[in-house]
Design a protein around this ligand. Structure first.
Ligand code: NIG
Ligand code: FE
Length: 411
């Protein structure tokens, strides 16, 4: 079935040949086509051009985009969208002065979510997660990574990943899954970290891989959670089973995890609210994508990832939501893009590149997502009538999206 978009005011992120990712100064360039058309054939982009040379043929549906911009759907490379319940009580505790780490030490935080998730049936977990996923699809997300890590037992971790896999079957969105068994130390293992690491390595990883439930392996590398040494053990074990590393690192402390990630050829290192010169140097000459999560900085009132410094050092940067109940209960990529501009001083061009093509790379989807390129997924956002694309991050609290098309399906 052919679907044609005509009279597009400006088609954004048009790449004849798509690079895998964009770095440094190049991030400030967003290739566009004015007065354009875009043709989908089923689930893929077939062709595009300008309205003075319209395509001929028969089209099942034509959408007139007069006054509107079209861009690739957002690529959200870091979420924990499968979770049970919420944590608004901790939100109030933080307003009253407790820190994220103090709440965690009281048994709140990740362990609180894990308890809820263990007690929630797979069906109920699916329903709660599907509602969140539907919300973010209408906000323009067309590819998303989903982590486990609120199970912390073999059964509950597998339950989370099965739910993510079911979501991937049901919805027209690309979903990549990540096993994050080492997200926190369960209470039963409070004095036996080695025991839990053994469980993750010897039981959970093989089971997850046997059921084909994950593409990536992740660790929360942080003081009070998992050390660099723990992280390296888990990444090495995951790699033996074909899982590609992606890590949570430098959220509250810089403990050398970035270098470890690069050493293990991590696809991405995420958070980086704290970043040393050594970390920055480690990222140079690597294929590891730094990922900033400005929604988390906003919600926890912690520093923003120094995105300007990262890009000015010639490196790439991706943006993601970190959608989760504790540190970022929002999966709105439009807000993330706006916040990256407002608080991290990215230009709209840099932020859009970071949230599309670089996000796609950070979840191994650069061949199929993140740009308007022939053969890539027919997954785009059609904006409302707006004056310029810079208006998207500028009007940070408004929903400027008129329609979302995912895999050729108009939502
Ligand atoms: O990416 N930092 C570790 N994990 C999540 C938050 C987990 C939680 O608080 O529930 C994050 O911010
Ligand atoms: Fe996270």
């Amino acid at each position: 079935m052919k679907l044609l978009l005509i009279n597009i005011k400006e088609l954004l992120q048009v790449r004849e040949i798509s690079p895998r990712y964009i770095s440094g100064k190049e991030m400030n360039i967003l290739p566009t086509l004015s007065n354009a058309w875009l043709l989908f054939n089923g689930t893929q982009i077939e062709d595009y051009g300008t309205m003075n040379l319209p395509p001929d043929g028969n089209f099942a549906q034509i959408i007139d985009c007069t006054g509107r911009f079209v861009l690739p759907a957002w690529c959200d490379s870091h979420t924990h969208i499968v979770y049970a319940g919420n944590r608004e009580q901790e939100f109030v505790d933080r307003i009253n002065g407790l820190t994220y780490l103090e709440i965690a030490e009281k048994g709140g935080g990740i362990l609180n979510s894990a308890k809820k998730l263990q007690e929630t049936s797979e069906k109920e977990l699916y329903d709660q997660s599907a509602a969140r996923l539907e919300e973010v699809l209408y906000l323009g997300t067309g590819a998303i990574e989903i982590k486990s890590g609120y199970g912390l037992t073999p059964e509950a971790e597998m339950k989370m990943l099965r739910v993510a896999k079911k979501l991937a079957k049901k919805y027209p969105v690309a979903i990549k899954t990540t096993f994050l068994g080492a997200h926190a130390l369960p209470t039963e293992f409070k004095n036996n970290k080695k025991g839990y690491l053994d469980l993750v390595c010897n039981e959970m990883i093989p089971k997850v891989v046997q059921e084909d439930l994950a593409h990536f392996i992740d660790v929360f590398c942080e003081e009070g959670y998992f050390s660099v040494e723990d992280t390296e053990r888990i990444l090495s074990e995951g790699k033996k089973f074909g899982l590609i590393p992606k890590i949570h690192v430098n959220q509250f402390n810089a403990i050398g995890g970035v270098e470890a990630g690069v050493r293990h050829q991590a696809l991405s290192v995420d958070h980086l609210e704290l970043l040393t010169d050594e970390d920055l140097n480690a990222l140079k000459n690597s294929e590891t994508m730094p990922v900033a999560l400005p929604g988390c900085s906003y919600f926890l009132s912690i520093p923003y990832t120094p995105g300007r410094r990262i890009i000015d050092a010639g490196l790439p940067l991706a943006l993601a939501t970190d959608f989760n109940p504790g540190s970022s209960p929002s999966g709105n990529m439009n807000f993330v893009v706006a916040t990256a501009c407002i608080k991290m001083k990215l230009t709209p061009e840099e932020a859009i590149n970071a949230a599309t093509i670089n996000g796609a790379y950070a979840m191994g989807l650069s061949d199929s997502h993140g740009s308007i390129t022939k053969g890539k997924a027919a997954s785009v956002i059609i904006t409302e009538e707006i004056p310029s694309y810079g208006y998207l991050p500028y009007a940070f609290g408004s929903n400027c999206i008129d329609q979302v098309i995912l895999n050729g399906r108009v939502l």
